[in-house]
Ligand binder design. Structure first.
Ligand code: HEM
Length: 126
């Protein structure tokens, strides 16, 4: 890889991976610190501290054995998807989605936060 290709790849990875991950973690900590979720925060803390003795013990193998952590991450990605609206693509041919024909050349867009949540989920104030 040339220096220029390396730089371009790095900016893609940092750009695509930085804000998304930061947004997901910010939302996760926000929700866990709401008074009604303190029990869940304690449960998560307990799972992490019983699985790993210290920070050095946190790695892919140990986190794979943390089902509650995985559930928390899945749930925050459902409630607060860092990319809340799908990337637009244009259909090359008529396409049937759930029994509905979407004609060629249309650019459907999924509003995934809307699809994944209901009104109560989207009420963010404590
Ligand atoms: C919570 C974390 C993340 C979320 C929610 C997320 C979400 C997404 C979404 C929605 C897309 C677009 C998919 C599409 O084309 O429709 C995407 C693409 C991409 N993401 Fe992420 N992402 C996350 C983390 C990361 C990380 C950590 C990296 C890299 C270190 C990364 C690298 C990329 C790249 C390179 C693409 C473009 C893939 C392509 O060529 O089509 N993402 N991501």
């Amino acid at each position: 890889m040339t220096q220029s290709e390396l730089g371009l790849n790095m900016s893609t990875l940092v750009g695509a991976g930085g804000e998304t991950t930061a947004s997901a973690l910010t939302a996760l900590f926000y929700y866990l610190h709401l008074p009604q979720n303190h029990e869940k925060l304690d449960r998560l803390r307990n799972e992490i501290s019983t699985t790993c003795k210290d920070v050095a013990g946190v790695n892919g193998d140990t986190t794979a054995g943390m089902p509650y952590l995985k559930a928390c991450i899945d749930e925050i990605l459902r409630l607060f998807p860092p990319v809340p609206v799908g990337m637009v693509r244009t259909l090359l041919q008529d396409t049937v989605v759930g029994g509905t024909v979407i004609p060629a050349k249309v650019s459907p867009i999924d509003i995934r936060q809307e699809l994944q949540t209901d009104e109560d989920d989207r009420r963010t104030s404590p």
